[in-house]
Design a protein around this ligand. Structure first.
Ligand SMILES: *Cc1c(COP(=O)(O)O)cnc(C)c1O
Length: 382
């Protein structure tokens, strides 16, 4: 890679964002009715664990994603933790996921006392590879009374947790099909994928449960927040119960019937969420325009951008370039960051982190390939 190309890339980013200042990787946009709804929530005095904006935000999210039910939580990690518990993940069980993810995916598994098992991703999606999953299960899974057990470790394979990297849909049709054959429930980490669809179906609605995040760096934000999506009414009710300290509904009595969690989203955050969600269709359109500009520039300059997979309509939450190798990657990171263009490598894969190094894993060829080459570039809504 020629230094001049990087300089040209920097000019391209500065032209897009029209500034000589530092250009962050991703910053939120508040151009809708955020202040109006926040003031309304404050005036109502219901700012905390009770309030109408939570119900409204849940209904709006269900409508937008096409999920039958949506349960708001305090953040995406809490939503993942609750979702795994709700599909029955217990201590000393195994959950299959990808090593190429944000650490919260694995942490949620760990909070259940379960162990992540790492399977490779596809280069075309950066999400869990259905083929690698099928190969892994073919080698290690056996059926015991309609449940999948790992015949090598003697542990139950309790769930599969694919993640939609940078908002690009994973190969959900095949993942759900493979898991169905083994009776393994699918929980989708769609934290990055609000607004993304595969064959016109919204990410987070393919598995038994899906999870969204509204952290400050996501496509929309509630300050902090998450959402559990499901079509299963019983599971939705349990989700609400488990995330609201498992209190039995009663006007004055305080009776809790299991160890629950205080994972409920405060009304203030939901008020911000209602306003932000109104802007998401526009955000997605603008992000796709931004991606198109990066892709056009790349094609003219012999650069490679990561492009949405087939049959996908991606929110392009974070744009990414694919460099030739590790040293090109590092040169690119150094030049851009030194000149005030924030870029960063993809996450250090989970199987290399100290707390997950010992976990079981398949061959992670594509994971290693991506970890050495992929860099995120400024992606705030233009
Ligand atoms: C952001 C994110 C989460 C966690 O969401 P928080 O709301 O920050 O807890 C989980 N998984 C992935 C892949 C994410 O990007």
């Amino acid at each position: 890679m020629h230094g001049a190309i990087v300089e040209d890339f920097i000019r391209c980013v500065r032209e897009i964002y029209q500034t000589d200042e530092l250009i962050p990787l991703h910053e939120p946009r508040f151009q809708g009715r955020e202040k109006e709804y926040l003031i309304d929530a404050i005036d109502s005095t219901f700012v905390s664990s009770v309030g109408q904006y939570v119900d409204r935000f849940e209904a709006d999210c269900a409508r937008y994603t096409g999920a039958k039910y949506a349960v708001a939580t305090v953040n995406g990690t809490a939503a993942l933790h609750a979702a795994l518990l709700l599909v029955g993940v217990k201590r000393d069980e195994e959950v299959i996921t990808q090593a190429l993810t944000f650490v919260a995916t694995c942490n949620a598994i760990h909070y259940c006392g379960a162990e992540p098992v790492f399977v490779d991703v596809d280069r075309t999606t950066l999400g869990l590879s259905a083929q690698a999953l099928e190969d892994y299960l073919g080698e290690f899974a056996e059926d015991r009374n309609g449940e999948a057990w790992n015949k090598q470790t003697g542990k139950r394979i309790a769930a599969c947790l694919p993640m939609h990297t940078f908002g690009h849909p994973a190969d959900m049709g095949r993942i759900v099909e493979v898991c169905g054959k083994y009776h393994i429930p699918v929980v989708e980490d769609a934290a990055e994928a609000l607004g993304s669809t595969l064959n016109k179906q919204h990410c987070g609605t393919f598995g038994r449960v899906g999870v969204l995040s509204f952290n400050g760096n996501k496509i929309m934000t509630t300050g902090g927040g998450g959402m559990i999506l499901t079509d299963d009414e019983t599971l939705a009710k349990q989700a609400k119960h488990l995330t609201t300290t498992a209190k039995q509904p009663h006007s004055w009595q305080f009776i809790h019937d299991q160890v629950g969690f205080n994972y409920r989203m405060p009304n203030l955050n939901a008020a911000l969420g209602v306003a932000q969600l109104e802007c998401v269709p526009l955000f997605v359109t603008k992000k796709r325009e931004l991606a198109a500009r990066y892709i056009e520039w790349s094609q003219q300059n012999g650069f490679q951008c990561f492009i949405e997979p087939e049959a996908a309509y991606s929110n392009y939450w974070l744009n990414a370039v694919v460099l030739e190798n590790l040293s090109e990657r590092d040169a690119f990171l150094k030049a851009t960051n030194e000149q005030g263009i924030m870029t960063r490598p993809i996450w250090e894969p989970m199987h290399r982190l100290p707390m997950y190094r010992h976990c079981r894993k398949g061959a992670l060829v594509n994971t290693e390939w991506a970890a050495e080459r992929i860099v995120n570039i400024p992606s705030s809504v233009i």
